[in-house]
Design a protein around this ligand. Structure first.
Ligand SMILES: Cc1ncc(COP(=O)(O)O)c(C=O)c1O
Length: 395
């Protein structure tokens, strides 16, 4: 299968991991060579309830027996999308009470940017250096990496950059600013948390000049940091929130959420200010609803912090400088990029799935399903420590 994968499917890197997947259940992925792999990555923070969580599969099957796509987003009332949006809104602080469903994280960002410009009638967007918000043109415009932007210019205009956690840079937020967009916890940049009430200060400055705060919760969202959304850890509420990844229990999805007052601007002047065919797809929305209900009704969110503690106890080694992040959004920062590469590749051979972060090259990503057990955490961390010992002994 790998040969056809390389030949017929467009590739994103010259060296894909290339596991030949035949099955995946719970915290494990099974491959065609008969191997079982413990998954510490969860499809890059997306399969929050593990692979094929029974309530999600049940919801998908029941919906598949009723109806699939029947109409473009926003025209017909369809129970899965209505029930999911209602449950989500009921569990969010004011004024986040209206949900626009789309198909991916990057689309949620595009919708958020459009809404901010439409609402403020301003154009400037301030994004953070080292941020990642997706790969469509708007999201790519928010990524301050020359190497990544240059081949695709011209991008979306009037985007400027501030440094995450730098309070002096808040002066750049002015009456010209439509929105400041930040990841609540910087992901690709190295799982960096906001410090010293940074997000509160950003929000206050936005309010003072009439700009909006967009928080990208696509990775921290849906329980990964011990709260339903990451911002709840930092006493701030965004004007617009972008979500995706863990929301769909393994199906592709995204959404942006704002107040009714803001969101209604997208349906008037111009009408259809934002439209999508498949947003709110009934199968996907049924999976979202089952996922959210499970996260709300089980102890998974609270257990996330216990599991973080266990990871921190176990991931102690002379080659690990630091474990960054919160909840089950963790990164072991090792001495060098070479060591990070070796850990990820050697662990793969030993049946443990790890992955890189986009920009922080010394990081080993640990974002397992929220359903991972303490025994599985111990098993996986044992493999990491064994591999690190070998690397240290061979140095
Ligand atoms: C913080 C953040 N924002 C946006 C995205 C883009 O989401 P998608 O890949 O679903 O478009 C990602 C994906 O990795 C992400 O981590």
């Amino acid at each position: 299968m790998n040969k056809d994968f390389i030949q017929y499917q467009a590739q994103t890197t010259p060296h894909p991991l290339g596991l030949e997947v035949i099955d995946a259940k719970g915290s494990y992925v099974y491959t065609s060579d008969g191997q079982k792999h413990l998954d510490f990555v969860a499809g890059v923070s997306a399969t929050s309830l593990g692979h094929c969580y029974p309530a999600v599969i049940k919801a998908i099957k029941e919906q598949a027996d009723k109806y699939l796509h029947v109409m473009v987003y926003g025209e017909y009332a369809q129970a899965p999308a209505v029930e999911f949006s209602k449950l989500l809104a009921q569990n969010l602080p004011n004024p986040l009470n209206k949900v626009y469903l789309v198909n991916s994280g990057t689309e949620a960002i595009e919708g958020s940017l459009k809404l901010a410009r439409r609402a403020t009638r301003r154009t400037q967007i301030l994004a953070a250096k080292n941020a990642y918000h997706g790969n469509t043109m708007g999201s790519l415009s928010l990524m301050n990496f020359e190497e990544r932007q240059k081949p695709f210019r011209p991008l979306v205009g009037d985007v400027d950059f501030i440094e995450f956690n730098n309070e002096e840079d808040l002066n750049q937020i002015t009456e010209k600013t439509a929105a400041v967009i930040l990841e609540t916890i910087q992901g690709g940049g190295g799982f960096i948390q906001p410090k010293n009430n940074y997000l509160k200060k950003v929000k206050a400055r936005c309010e003072a000049v009439g700009a909006l705060l967009i928080l990208d919760e696509i990775q921290p969202g849906f329980g990964r940091t011990g709260k339903l959304f990451g911002f709840e850890n930092y006493e701030v509420v965004p004007d617009i929130m972008a979500i995706g990844k863990g929301m769909g229990g393994g199906l592709p999805v995204g959404a942006f959420v704002a107040s009714e007052e803001l969101m209604d601007l997208l349906s008037d002047k111009p009408k259809m200010g934002h439209i999508t065919t498949f947003g709110g797809n009934p199968l996907v929305a049924a999976a979202c609803h089952a996922t959210l209900k499970t996260i709300l009704e089980t102890a998974l969110m609270a257990e996330t912090l216990e599991k973080e503690k266990r990871f921190r106890e176990l991931l102690v080694h002379p080659l690990i400088n630091e474990v960054r992040g919160k909840g089950l959004m963790l990164a072991a920062i090792v001495d060098s990029e070479e060591i990070a590469n070796q850990v990820i590749l050697d662990c793969k051979e030993k049946g443990l799935i790890l992955f890189w972060l986009l920009f922080e090259k010394r990081a080993v990503r640990i974002t397992p399903p929220l359903t991972i057990s303490m025994e599985e955490i111990e098993e996986g961390c044992g493999i990491i420590i064994d591999v690190l010992n070998k690397i240290k002994n061979n140095a």
